[in-house]
Design a protein around this ligand. Sequence first.
Ligand SMILES: NC(=O)c1ccc[n+]([C@@H]2O[C@H](COP(=O)([O-])OP(=O)(O)OC[C@H]3O[C@@H](n4cnc5c(N)ncnc54)[C@H](O)[C@@H]3O)[C@@H](O)[C@H]2O)c1
Length: 271
Amino acid sequence: MRLKDRVAIVTGGGGGMGEGISMCLAREGANVVVGDLQLEPAEKVAAKVRETGQKALAVRTDVRKAEDCKEMVDVTLKEMGRLDILICNAGVVGLPRDESADPPLIECIKEEDWDLVVDVNLKGVFLCNRAAAPHFKEQKSGRIINIASVAGRQGVELLAPYAATKAGVISLTQSVAFQMAPYHVNVNAVCPGIIWTPMWERIANYVSKSVPDFADTSPDSVYDFFVQAMIPFKKPQTPEDIGNAVVFLASDEASEITGQALNVCGGMKMN
Ligand SMILES: NC(=O)c1ccc[n+]([C@@H]2O[C@H](COP(=O)([O-])OP(=O)(O)OC[C@H]3O[C@@H](n4cnc5c(N)ncnc54)[C@H](O)[C@@H]3O)[C@@H](O)[C@H]2O)c1
């Protein structure tokens, strides 16, 4: 119970990794506010958190909207009485909707696809960090953990906008860590590797339908191919692997760690 009675917000908490993170936080004694664009999945995760004996609240939040991010923090303080941990996990991969469209090479990327991925993955992290910062400063304690990606360590051929946002999240994390250090607020990022969630399902579907080298390859086989080709441990990560890293960074054991980006990727990236 390393996080006993602390209160955490998890954005994108209704999704694959967000659920794993929420459950890991709850098992360590945290009460969890599950913020997500989609209320129904967020409510399901909140119900699972309650089954562990912890308090939980589902909030419909669009991290692209400043007023939603502020409201999520305000509701947390009102309903839960405190806020100790902010996990910015909401994200989109930004592949073209139309799988028969030209591959997302730089000259083909549509502005609307670029804008969506930047708005959710980078602006969304900024807006949530900004919404929580005054409270953490006043409280003189707190933890912010931004979910980046190994794609933020090095560009990715067919995920240029996504990789750019994740590099941005790592940089933003460092800047905010400097600003929050005088207030004893630790700000770190986690860089997951490859995890089978609705996001990776979408990538695998897209690759199997749109990338000629993978024609006639099932989405499952595409996923296995990338895991085997890119991860030294030869296995994917799980949402709980990421949740365990988040718990560590949120715990007292990580009190001397700030401004870092922790790869949780079976050695896929070592920088
Ligand atoms: N799955 C992976 O292999 C992987 C690897 C590295 C990093 N990540 C990152 O982990 C995070 C979670 O990814 P995932 O795989 O669980 O994705 P996912 O698509 O399964 O879940 C994302 C969640 O974010 C929510 N969301 C989307 N737009 C939102 C918005 N505007 N406001 C609030 N919520 C919104 C969705 O409703 C969903 O519940 C993302 O930031 C992603 O970039 C994932």
